[in-house]
Design a protein around this ligand. Structure first.
Ligand SMILES: Nc1ncnc2c1ncn2[C@@H]1O[C@H](COP(=O)(O)OP(=O)(O)OP(=O)(O)O)[C@@H](O)[C@H]1O
Length: 335
C-alpha cells in the first residue's frame, strides 16, 4: 500500500523540530529533569531515519511530544508542515506511532484490531484498507487468529498495522525490535524497508546500532537531551577520522624500526608465529598506500593486510561517552 499522500502536501521535511526543550517538573523535593534541551532536527520526507541514543537520552520524550502525549516546555514541532500547537489535529493525523510495549488485546484477531483502530480514528468503512494493510505487514494468513496465538514478531507487526489504519505518511517506531529474536527482527526490518520504499517516511528509535546501520539512510544521535550528531549514514560513518591497518610481515621483530616510529605501530605475534604490525592512522593525514610504502622502505616484506573500518559503534561511543554530551552540529545544515 502507498502512504496517503493524496490528502497531504509534499513538504521537504516530514518532521521539523526547532528549539525543542522539555523539562519535567519535579515531584516532591526532586530536581527538575531536563529531558530535551534546544533540539533542532529536520527529518526529510521519504527518509528512513534512525534516532539513536543511550537510555534516558530523550528519545521517548521527543516521540511523545510528537504524539501529543507530553507537553513540551519550549520550541516548535511541525509534522508534515503542520504545527502541533496550531494545527494539532491534522498534525496528529499525519503520524502513526508504533509504541514500544506490546499492548495488544489478546482476544482480538488482527483483522478486528485494525477495524477497531480505524473506527477510533474515524476512518469511514468504505475508506478502510484493512485487507491491504494486513497483506503489507504479512498477517493476511493470520487475519482471523486471536492475537494471543501470534508470535512476538507477528504482534509487533500487528502494532505497525494498527499505526497505519489512518494511512499516515509518517510512521514512528519506538524500539521496533526490542525483545524480538534475530530471525523475526530480520523480517521486521524487511517490512519496514518495504514500507519506506513505498513512500512512507519512517522514524525509528533503536538501541541496536546494527539496526540503524543496516536500515537507516539518515541517523541522529541524541545524548543528554541534545542532538550530538545528525547526518546521512554514509557521511556519519565516514566522519570518524580513524582507521586501522594490520600488516603481517615475513621478518620477526622485537622493536619498531626507526623509519616506522612516526607511525607508532604495535607489534604482535599470532599463533602461527607471524609478526603483525597494527597501525592506527587518520585518513585525513595519511593513506594506507603511504603506510605500505613506509613498511616496504623499512625492508619488511608484507605477507598479508587487513583494514578495519569505523562502524557506528565507534561513532556512537565517541559522541556519547562525554558526560555533558559535547554538541557537534557540524553537519546539521546537511539536513
Ligand atoms: N514523566 C517524567 N518525569 C520525570 N522525568 C522523566 C519523565 N519521563 C522521562 N523522564 C526523564 O527524562 C529523561 C529522558 O527520558 P526519555 O524516556 O525521553 O529517554 P529515552 O531516550 O527514551 O530513554 P529509553 O531508551 O530508556 O526509553 C530521563 O532522564 C528520564 O528519567
Amino acid at each position: 500500500m502507498s502512504a496517503q499522500t493524496d490528502n497531504f502536501s509534499h513538504p521537504e521535511f516530514a518532521i521539523e523540530i526547532e528549539g525543542l526543550s522539555k523539562t519535567y517538573k519535579p515531584s516532591g523535593n526532586a530536581e527538575p529533569k531536563v529531558a530535551l534541551s534546544n533540539v533542532d532536527l529536520k527529518i526529510p520526507r521519504g527518509s528512513l531515519f534512525g534516532l539513536l541514543g543511550p537510555n534516558g537520552a530523550g528519545k521517548s520524550t521527543m516521540i511523545n511530544i510528537m504524539a501529543g502525549l507530553v507537553i513540551k516546555t519550549a520550541g516548535t514541532v511541525k509534522i508534515w508542515d503542520m504545527d502541533i500547537d496550531t494545527d494539532g489535529r491534522n498534525a496528529k493525523a499525519a503520524i502513526g506511532i508504533v509504541p514500544q510495549e506490546l499492548n495488544i488485546d489478546p482476544f482480538f484477531t488482527p483483522r478486528e484490531a485494525l477495524e477497531i483502530q480505524a473506527g477510533m480514528y474515524g476512518v469511514k468503512k468504505s475508506e478502510r484498507q484493512t485487507e491491504e494493510i494486513l497483506k503489507t505487514i504479512g498477517l493476511w494468513d493470520k487475519r482471523d487468529s486471536y492475537a494471543r496465538t501470534l508470535s512476538g514478531g507477528m504482534r509487533r507487526r500487528m502494532l505497525i498495522g494498527k499505526a497505519m489504519v489512518h494511512n499516515p505518511p509518517i510512521l514512528v517506531l519506538d524500539e521496533p525490535t526490542a525483545g524480538v529474536d534475530i530471525e523475526l527482527r530480520q523480517q521486521l526490518w524487511e517490512n519496514v524497508v518495504e514500507l519506506n520504499k513505498r513512500g512512507t517516511t519512517v522514524l525509528l528509535t533503536t538501541h541496536y546500532l546494527e539496526e540503524a546501520e543496516e536500515l537507516c539512510d539518515r541517523i541522529a544521535i541524541i545524548n543528554h537531551g541534545q542532538v550530538v550528531a545528525h547526518d546521512e549514514k554514509k557521511r556519519l560513518l565516514g566522519r570518524l577520522d580513524a582507521k586501522t591497518v594490520k600488516l603481517s610481515v615475513k621478518e620477526s621483530m622485537d622493536r619498531v624500526p626507526d623509519t616506522l616510529k612516526h607511525l607508532d605501530p604495535a607489534i604482535s605475534t599470532d599463533m602461527d608465529g607471524l609478526t603483525w604490525l597494527t597501525i592506527s592512522y587518520r585518513p585525513s593525514n595519511i593513506n594506507a598506500g603511504d603506510i605500505i610504502q613506509a613498511v616496504n622502505a623499512a625492508s619488511l616484506s608484507i605477507l598479508d593486510l587487513t583494514t578495519e573500518e569505523t562502524d557506528l559503534e565507534d561513532i556512537f561511543l565517541q559522541l556519547t561517552s562525554s558526560k555533558t554530551g559535547a554538541v557537534d552540529k557540524r553537519d546539521e545544515q546537511a539536513a
